[in-house]
Write a protein of this length. Structure first.
Lengths: 295, 295
């Protein structure tokens, strides 16, 4: 039994563009976000508020958001990784902020030089700021299906963190397979454990297609009642801080598969494919998605 | 409940090489087949007996087979599409012949200029020849999940054909998603219908990853009790006679996913990935598989 509909969030303008080594002109970012919104993608992670010295590609976060209709029907979210980022998001008029914490102790040390607990404390402070500013917050757990090895992230810790944040007023909880190590079997196991710990929190899966199992994992998750997924047009993206973490599952491929299985997404697949083709042309390299060359 | 083990057949040396536009030297074909066998791939479709004028890439079928240990533990099969092909297979000492018929009336007309019934009669004659020559035969049904559109191949016809061949002494029945139009939902529906019609015949799925759903379809099929799949190293291949039909699911990606889910394949994934890398280097173009750049 699959859910009747699913909500996709295109994270390409953030998770994707961030991965590109050449600077993307701000107008192309805006055009891409708009094309996705026009194609019926209901939620788009438009940018991130990170230190411009660390991620120069995202230095134009305010400029991108200034050109979007933040009060319209499409949800434009933005990632914030520290309190300064939340401040900037509030000032930019963002309605939904995406927060993200490490759940794998080694990944926490390697990526942000913090313990998981330090990251949690920071996220709690950021959540309080979001509440105060009247912004919704999605909380993301990184590398839930493993960092250096499959499932080397302690499930007990993931469950404990889910329980801790379940009543913290988050809009949703995103579980990321940042390294593409999940399988349909481990998706079911970990999703069930988190659902049991936080039954009233909407869950979102953020899947990378590093090993080609992304859509298989979507189908297993749908069967477990998950109806929200992060995707990126053309499968754009990756994570420059996690070796081998290639792109997200492709928006158009995911939407087409869901539609073909009777799970409505409201997304105009050929329109997303056209946006991907335009981007491929301008970026000068192919993307891993399949459908953009076919439809 | 997934089966404890699965049997993969690498069809790259046939379905893959056939798709390459530049001639592959016979020694490279032999080396590829041997590398797959050495990597523990239990069954390999090594070549096809087709008219050398129609498919020049396969003109060296006898030369390839002459260099393989046809009596050893690895099964080396060969495709035959007419009686002349079966004769050549018998002469070459092949133990298992792969036969293949159209099940979609339009595809039958477009591809071989025959009706489905004419193809069936031809296959029955070929099966009789295989029996007489002491060769096992796998029968393949083409475009079971659709030709021009998803599921435009009548399921009633597929079921009737499965019933008709169920007691014809075939070694196995292969159901092909030649156009990559299957979804986990339609995989379950059509597999169940064929299982009900031919409960004692081992079923094999031949899946193309045209739309990225290949591994999702494998997982759905495993859950329906299917434990045999055709794959190709690196996702090599396609079908030059079906527009948009890109490569098979990749052997190493499939084996790695199955192993990670506890379904044994006996395949040395890094060894297959190494064979793919060697091939990519020699062919001069990338292949759609994911793992060969990672392991």
């Amino acid at each position: 039994m699959l859910p009747p509909s699913a909500l996709l969030c295109d994270v390409g303008p953030r998770d994707g563009f961030q991965f590109e080594t050449t600077p993307i002109p701000t107008p192309l970012k805006i055009a891409t976000v708009r094309a996705l919104a026009d194609a019926g993608v209901p939620r788009i992670q438009a940018t991130s508020f990170v230190h411009p010295g660390k991620v120069p590609q995202m230095a134009d976060a305010e400029a991108v958001l200034a050109e979007l209709d933040l009060a319209g029907p499409t949800v434009f979210s933005a990632l914030a990784l520290n309190r300064r980022g939340v401040e900037r998001a509030a000032k930019a008029g963002v309605r939904v902020v995406d927060l993200s914490i490490a759940t794998n102790p080694q990944h926490a040390r390697d990526n942000v030089g913090m313990t998981v607990e330090q990251g949690v404390a920071e996220a709690e402070a950021m959540l309080a700021m979001c509440r105060e500013a009247g912004m919704q917050a999605q909380l993301g757990f990184q590398t839930v299906w493993g960092y250096a090895e499959a499932e080397d992230t302690p499930l007990d810790l993931v469950v404990e963190l889910a329980r801790r944040f379940a009543d913290a007023g988050i809009e949703s909880l995103s579980l990321a397979d940042s390294t593409g190590r999940a399988t349909p079997v481990s998706i079911r196991r970990r999703v069930r454990a988190v659902q049991a710990a936080a039954p009233r929190v909407p869950l979102v899966l953020h899947l990378h297609d590093t090993r080609g199992a992304g859509l298989a994992n979507v189908v297993a998750a749908l069967d477990e009642g998950i109806a929200r997924f992060d995707t990126s047009l053309g499968g754009l993206g990756g994570c420059p801080f996690i070796p081998g973490a290639t792109g997200n599952i492709a928006t158009e491929d995911t939407a087409a598969l869901l539609d073909a299985m009777g799970v409505r997404t409201g997304i105009d697949v050929p329109a997303v494919a056209a946006a991907t083709r335009h981007l491929v042309h301008l970026l000068g390299h192919a993307l891993p998605g399949k459908l953009y060359t076919l439809v």
